[in-house]
Design a protein around this ligand. Sequence first.
Ligand code: TXA
Ligand code: MG
Length: 325
Amino acid sequence: MTRRLGADTSGIAEAASLLRSGRLVAFPTETVYGLGADATDDRAVAAVFEAKGRPHFNPLIVHAADAAGAFALGRADERAERLAQAFWPGPLTLVLPCRRDCPVALLARSGLETVALRVPAHPVALALLRAAAVPVAAPSANRSGAVSPTAPQHVLEDLAGRIEAVVDGGACPIGVESTVLDLSGPVPVLLRPGGATIEAIEEVIGPVARPLAPEAAEASRTLRSPGLLVSHYAPVLPVRLLAERAGEDEALLAFGPEVPLAPLAFNLSERGDLAEAAARLFSGLRFLDAEGRARGLRRIAAMPVPSSGLGLAINDRLKRAAAPR
Ligand code: TXA
Ligand code: MG
């Protein structure tokens, strides 16, 4: 049985002590729910891969309570220091060279010489990280390949019985994962668009290299971030992109004030607001998937979303949800 813990002092103390004894605990962050494990404990980290059904070549993000804690694990240069100043705590993950004495389990890094680090902004996540006093490896708390969880109920749908507990902190305010930026080489590379916009990052450190299109990257096997699999975030129903309307067997993932009639619809944001759309993206996909299947629909048709700001992350997730499986 997976326990549901409150986000109060005693719930957080209990969650921290479970983490310290090698158990898996899901917790809220400002982006999505994470599936936490003590990043220095090989067995706990192995259990994360097991619970998610995650391929071992896909490394995990390690979370710390502050920049000092993060930079004790990975070597920060000036760019990293400035980005940490500007974005931490918050939805930015930095991939840095590991320190020689880095205690993070090799499996959490999938054997790489680098480590992905993040200081989350959610008060419950921060309180948990302080109480646990160990670095916490935490991928999104869903089964591998499925839609990421933005509510405790989503975590339980995917992982009930497979993990020790979930800390209930309500819905996640940002709703898409952190931006992953590789600073291990001379040129900063965007590995995953996310909650921190590329525009805002470039204001701090100048130009950032955009990733190859996921299809091209996978074909050429030059994937820098093994987790950037083309098919990911996938509902059970297939997804069709850039839809102008929904067919009679399609559920509509809508965006904006003008929505065509559809057998079933979920509007990401009636006012066309990208932050609102990001926050509702994964719960919308989960809703249309479950309700659409219950009504015998065959597909999810997604209306176009502009690609600026958070729209880049939204479109990245939609493209992966629609990719051939
Ligand atoms: O918002 C988030 O980032 C959430 C919350 C829980 O913090 N976490 C999350 O973790 O999305 P996950 O495991 O689902 O995604 C981690 C991403 C993957 O794309 C993985 O390939 C990449 O980070 N990554 C991790 N370590 C890496 C490394 N050393 N080098 C390159 N990419 C790395
Ligand atoms: Mg994930």
